[in-house]
Design a protein around this ligand. Sequence first.
Ligand SMILES: Nc1nc2c(ncn2[C@@H]2O[C@H](COP(=O)(O)OP(=O)(O)OP(=O)(O)O)[C@@H](O)[C@H]2O)c(=O)[nH]1
Ligand SMILES: [Mg+2]
Length: 287
Amino acid sequence: MNIQWYPGHMKKTRDLISTHIKLVDFVVELLDARAPLASRNPLFDDLLGDKKRLLLLNKADLAEERVNQQWIHYFEKEGHDVLLMNAKDGSTAKMLDKLQQMGEPLQQKLIEQGRKARSLRIMILGVPNVGKSSLINRLVGRSSAKTGDRPGVTRGKQWVRLRGDLELFDTPGILWPKFDDQEQALYLALLGSIRDEILDLGDLAYRLIGILKEHYPGLLQKRYGVEEEGEIIEIMDAIALSRGALLPGKRIDYDRVSRLLLDEFRGGILGRISLEQPEYEGVEEAL
Ligand SMILES: Nc1nc2c(ncn2[C@@H]2O[C@H](COP(=O)(O)OP(=O)(O)OP(=O)(O)O)[C@@H](O)[C@H]2O)c(=O)[nH]1
Ligand SMILES: [Mg+2]
């Protein structure tokens, strides 16, 4: 499976970001805590220039806490401002404090110039489905931006004003023109940042089983009551049997069992799972 996805609306969004970047004071870039490197869009470095940015490792509730802490350490060592976030139902207090702190020198400068302090303008960036609109809703305290568990929910730009001292600019999630690293592309697909319709879900679920078997031994056994010793395809068959994902004639319904596995992983039902860990290169060995 060679995964590539860069539809026209992403190119448009890229242009939108580049024309609007000068209007904002900072950028908040969301990464998925389960795979922060794979979900880090390399285009942003060019697009943002030297614009100050706060990294948020979002969906931290779906990743392992121990690994989250390692990632915080990793990004801090790289010189980034970084926080863990749960945009679905977590607190935004730390983030608001941090933004206020980042805005301090700017406000100071305005006052020194004899001008009035003004609200901070912040652009929210990240790959599709990482939780940008959810974060905005959380900050605003109501559903002002449309969200959904699939990529491409936000279309076009959207400004949201928050409590008078922050203005947020929601953007549609974008990827980049070519995934050179197919392992990262696989992680993006698992995270739901790539349109499922262009993916081979059977293959995706197969690779997920490989990762879980290697890095979370016992998890599949606990959830589905299956043996983890055999070949991946045998494990998949056993899960299908235990969940009744069968076609007439007791044949395995691979579409259904794949969907089930992916949904349960994405929704955190399988538990807190980190696909990437900073101390090793990837989970290649598991595939
Ligand atoms: N568990 C958990 N789910 C989250 C979190 N943040 C967002 N979600 C869910 O992830 C899905 C995607 O959220 P959105 O806010 O629509 O993502 P987006 O980045 O705006 O996506 P696009 O507009 O498509 O680029 C939704 O189902 C959210 O409920 C989080 O921190 N934890
Ligand atoms: Mg959105």
